[in-house]
Design a protein around this ligand. Structure first.
Ligand SMILES: [Zn+2]
Length: 375
């Protein structure tokens, strides 16, 4: 009996070999799909509740939320200027020690700031949770303590955790809702030298630019020799700007630098700024969509959709504390004057703008958005 049964079973398996294989594969696929969906649901819910605790307060009747958040997406956005690491206790104000940098990030995170890119800043196409304020970090001079990669045991490039970008990426890993983005403005020899901190670095320009790009950072132009542009002729400015564009493009798949930072924050005449906006060097076209200053200047922080915004004179604040109009000065200012800062409505397609600002808006910049003026 037993043998007979076994015989039948083997025969059945033989006869239906292909069917069994196909059925088994289908069952395995369905199980995997099910697990993936359940897992994804959990992750989505986790992210949603972590980043937007007011989600459940939506009043379904009119879409308004009773969370006491007053969105204003024409409010001020801070642009911060960093350089590199200096561990001396009494260092220049334009550098940060590692612990100071980490404390800066913690302050921003705790006070509802979320990182964005220059692209997002200029377009106001900012996808951050309701109630959050965007902030744009920039890093000048292309020093190796700002960004460095090293080979790990497997021979793969990884971030040097000792660099500013290494510290920032570790912080982002621990705080996944902190956003991402930032501009690194380079000169000749990007990320090769550093007078203030001896950070270990490896890899070619290609490896470095590719790494930064893959992390969502933007590579900007800080001129080739870091001369004071206010003292240069138009053709020299063209060369200073074009050479950086050429170097980055040649070393990294034709990458075009789109954003400019004036060395020392010194701006040339408006006539010469035209050469920075666009030009041709060695038959290669370059074009910059924005240019940043080295400090705050009237009209101070604003928003790219307001009429007083000038994309080629974007003020920045120095990442330090204790000085007039430095980063912590502005942090305190915006805690006191919360209505002046950008506060997101959490809806990417809609711009919720304070009704008080109606006459200050550059209507061209709000095209493509659903604009709502709110009280
Ligand atoms: Zn500089």
């Amino acid at each position: 009996m037993k043998e007979h049964k076994n015989f039948d079973k083997n025969k059945f398996i033989k006869k239906n070999k292909y069917k069994i294989v196909v059925y088994s594969l289908v069952v395995v696929a369905v199980v995997i799909l099910g697990i993936t969906l359940v897992k994804r649901n959990f992750t989505n819910n986790d992210i949603q509740s972590a980043s937007n605790s007011s989600y459940e307060n939506v009043d379904k009747n009119n879409g308004k939320k009773d969370d006491n958040i007053k969105p204003n997406e024409a409010g001020d956005i801070m642009v911060v200027m960093y350089h590199s690491i200096n561990q001396k206790s009494n260092h220049y104000q334009w550098h940060r020690s590692k612990s100071e940098f980490l404390a800066d990030l913690e302050y921003m995170y705790k006070h509802d700031y979320v990182l964005i890119s220059m692209k997002e800043y200029l377009s106001n196409d900012i996808d951050i949770p309701r109630g959050k304020t965007p902030i744009l970090l920039t890093f000048d001079d292309g020093l190796k303590s700002t960004f460095a990669i090293i080979k790990n045991k497997m021979g793969r490039y990884v971030l040097n955790p000792d660099s500013l970008v290494g510290i920032l990426e570790e912080f982002k890993r621990e705080h996944p809702d902190f956003g991402s983005g930032g501009v690194l403005y380079v000169t000749s020899n990007p990320f090769k030298n550093d007078a203030f901190h001896n950070t270990k670095t490896e890899g070619s320009y290609y490896d470095k630019f590719k790494y930064l790009d893959s992390l969502g950072y933007e590579i900007g132009n800080h001129t080739y020799h870091h001369y004071d542009l206010a003292t240069l002729s138009s053709s020299s400015i063209k060369e200073e700007a074009g050479k950086v564009n050429e170097m980055v493009s040649d070393s990294y798949n034709g990458y075009q630098v789109k954003y400019f930072a004036y060395p020392y924050g010194n701006i040339p005449s408006d006539e010469k700024i035209k050469v920075i906006k666009k030009g041709k060097y060695k038959d290669i076209l370059y074009k910059h969509e924005s240019a940043v200053l080295a400090g705050p200047r009237s009209p101070y922080f604003t928003n790219p959709i307001t009429k007083d915004f000038n994309a080629y004179k974007i003020p920045r604040t120095i990442a330090s504390s204790g000085a007039n109009q430095d980063m912590y000065w502005y942090f305190k200012y915006y805690e006191k004057h919360k209505s002046e800062r950008y506060v997101s409505d959490g809806d990417r397609t809609k711009l919720s703008i304070s009704a008080k600002m109606k006459n200050e808006i550059n209507k061209k910049k709000t095209e493509g958005f659903n604009v709502e003026y709110v009280e």
